[in-house]
Design a protein around this ligand. Sequence first.
Ligand code: ATP
Length: 319
Amino acid sequence: MSPASLSVISDAVSVRVPAKVNLHLGVGPLRADGYHDLVTVYQALSLYDDVTVAQAATLEVTLRREGGRGADAAEVPLGDDNLAVRAVRALGEWADRDPRVTIEIVKRIPVAGGMAGGSADAAGALVALAALWKLDIPRAQLLEIAAGLGSDVPFSVQGGTALGTGRGEQLMPMLARGELHWVLAFAREGLSTPAVFDELDRLRADHSETFPEQNPRPDELMAALAAGRPEQIAPLLHNDLQPAALSLQPGLRRTLRAGIDSGALGGMVSGSGPTCAFLCADADAAVAVAAELSGAGVARSVRTAAGPVGGATRQTPGR
Ligand code: ATP
């Protein structure tokens, strides 16, 4: 291979980044800094965005929606507000380099869907640019930059199954035996994460007994995950943001009911929603639930996914 063709290959770096679901999302009181204290159990799922970074004259981002199933029409900014752009700028500052790169995002994770799609792109851009620039950056430092970009970004880098505390950015890897099989129901309209948190604050102010602020660690769920038994895990799925998401999109109640009626072991709104995630007994059950749920007409689209999967991972060129 000639040096020229070698440099063409090393000129672009592609990273695949997973979506996440929160198996437990406990929301504590509002903090003085405007964030809520969270206790959450993340799992990375086999639904991915791809982020490719290459040297260029100027910093630019392009976005291609793929599949028409995970993607949707919701707005993604292509300027400085894009989380991948913010990520390359942050790494540029750390490395004291001008991030003149093109960022190409292939988007399959629903936008404003409660599956950390924007965070995934930020994580992908960080890992890709660190590789493109051959930076010798310690993992802890990369995770710190990730945390500065958003609460879910460190988990998008790490993947797997993890307990998140603080704003969700402090991670502890968790033991989760075996593979869990999920069905994801994507909604027609997105939900803004800040709007869902605001709605929870409003519900709590009006009905403090129904929506308490205690936020214990989900020990029972953690034990069930370690045992790897979906039927034990399903009744322990919990999301404090669900009532707020349902209040803003009441139609999600029908989606949740339809998933259970289709044979899922359990279901919940994913993160701040509106994607609904259903845990199934095994891969065959997930395919059957997805088929029935598709026919029920309660979602824009439906697909299966498995977890846990790894975090942001560099793709080998030529594959
Ligand atoms: P989370 O689960 O982390 O709360 P989400 O999955 O609900 O987030 P995102 O898809 O991350 O939501 O998008 C939230 C908003 O962030 C979008 O409405 C969009 O305006 C903005 N955004 C910025 N960069 C991106 C990106 N690369 N991909 C998607 N959205 C982005």
